[in-house]
Design a protein around this ligand. Structure first.
Ligand code: HEM
Length: 414
């Protein structure tokens, strides 16, 4: 870097920069991988524990994998996914307890994991359960080397990584003849090795379950705290759920004409506007990814904000979506705001935006909405009195509730 280039002394050393607001978003979401690396950014969050896949690849490899995998995640895949979700719910819903406090997040997360592991790795419910536990071990952070606990964690993580690798390679073998990630990736002009295919499967499951599981829990919890909104959505969705299964599948919860866009408008579902608005509002208040991690590979300047090469760069979705200049009463749950008026295009980006917008936006939206309406059809949710439960972000990207998202289920009386 030359003297007089505007960087303060010492700024070339690696540093962490947080970007907020729509003015910077435009430039952030349209940066090239050669400017802001996803691979290096996500390495800060989960290192090499989950392997590489479409989320944490850059450049040519990323483009090839994304193109190969998108058809499995798009609208065409929605009805198979809807069937899988319904079958899983048929099995687990009768086990939900009535009348006692119940943590939504510890229910929805393994549930969505099982669905994702079945869809992308062909795992049975018991195999999925084992893999879920392995993911939890692989997420352990802040290991203090040289202490008894730290050394035990290192051994647990190493064992979990070996077992995870074995399960994923078995999945690669098992799925060789099925239309899924393995066949799609092997059909590329330069097919990745099995290890990389396994990494892609791991990333698909990871990207899908934590986000959808968390957002579903948040939406249901918010509706438990807002009974009028809950009743209105139950009435709205009742008509659809009363349809026979085949008709329900031909009237999916997702607007079939919606392209993979980057604004809330693309997810509008004309047949369920109240559910749609509550979904958008839950994702505004509680985006599962609070920050998007990148690393600047070259010196950059975004609207005057300097990003020296080597910086860790985080786009703050959560703070932007609660900016009072962008949303009136930003900390309140007001689904109507998404029905009443337009908002700045990049003010709402829970699925990211631009070229690298969430590849699973359709499945994530479908999963969250479907689990919500199925539960609301059979159960009324109430929230025990208590303060608002916020989030913690332990890894610099995803969030989890700071304490259990407790609700009580009651039978719906018609
Ligand atoms: C409500 C649910 C979901 C939310 C809020 C969400 C959010 C996001 C966000 C913010 C990103 C961008 C990450 C970044 O820029 O670094 C992303 C990427 C991605 N998501 Fe999702 N996601 C959800 C569900 C899913 C599902 C169900 C899948 C499917 C398996 C999925 C697969 C992916 C993949 C593959 C990427 C990487 C895309 C790329 O880099 O080209 N997501 N998601």
């Amino acid at each position: 870097m030359n003297a007089g280039d505007g960087f303060p002394p010492g700024a070339r050393e690696e540093r962490r920069v947080y970007l907020r607001g729509t003015a910077l978003a435009e430039r952030f979401f349209h940066a090239k991988d050669e400017e802001l690396s996803h691979a290096d950014g996500w390495d800060v969050i989960f290192g090499d524990r989950f392997g590489r896949g479409v989320l944490n690849l850059d450049g040519v490899q990323h483009r090839a994998c994304r193109k190969a995998l998108l058809p499995l995640l798009g609208r065409a895949a929605a009805s198979a996914h809807e069937r899988r979700i319904n079958d899983t719910l048929d099995r687990v819903m009768p086990t939900l307890p009535l009348g006692t406090p119940f943590d939504l997040h510890s229910f929805t997360t393994p549930l969505v994991f099982e669905i994702a592991a079945g869809a992308f790795a062909g795992l049975s419910p018991s195999e999925a359960h084992e893999m879920f536990e392995l993911y939890n071990v692989l997420r352990i952070r802040d290991v203090e080397l040289g202490t008894t606990d730290g050394d035990r964690d290192v051994r647990r993580i190493a064992r979990a990584r070996r077992r995870m690798r074995a399960l994923l390679l078995t999945a690669v073998e098992r799925l060789a003849d099925v239309d899924g990630p393995v066949r799609r990736l092997r059909a590329l002009p330069h097919p990745p090795p099995d290890e990389a295919i396994a990494g892609n499967i791991a990333i698909l499951i990871l990207a899908g379950y934590e986000t959808t599981g968390y957002l579903t829990a948040r939406l249901l919890w918010l509706l438990a705290r807002h009974p009028a909104e809950q009743d209105a959505i139950r009435r709205e969705s009742g008509d659809r759920m009363a349809l026979p299964a085949e008709r329900r599948e031909s009237a999916p919860l997702l607007d079939e004409s919606a392209p993979l866009l980057d604004a809330a408008a693309s997810l509008l579902d004309k047949s369920a506007p109240l559910l749609d608005a509550a979904f958008a509002e839950a994702a505004r208040l509680h985006p599962p990814l609070k920050y998007l991690p990148r690393r600047a590979l070259t010196d950059l300047a975004f609207n005057g904000t300097r990003l020296p090469a080597g910086s860790e760069v985080f786009y703050a979705i959560g703070e932007t979506q609660r900016d009072p200049d962008l949303f009136h009463e930003p900390h309140e749950f007001r689904p109507r705001r998404f029905r009443d008026g337009a908002h700045d295009r990049l003010a709402w980006t829970p699925f990211s935006a631009g070229r690298r917008v969430c590849a699973g936006i359709h499945l994530g939206t479908l999963g969250t909405k479907l689990i919500t309406v199925r539960l609301l059809q059979e159960l009324r949710l109430s929230a025990p009195p208590g303060p608002y439960i916020g989030d913690v972000c332990r890894n610099g990207a995803t969030v989890e509730p700071e304490s259990p998202l407790t609700v009580v289920f009651h039978q719906v009386h018609r």
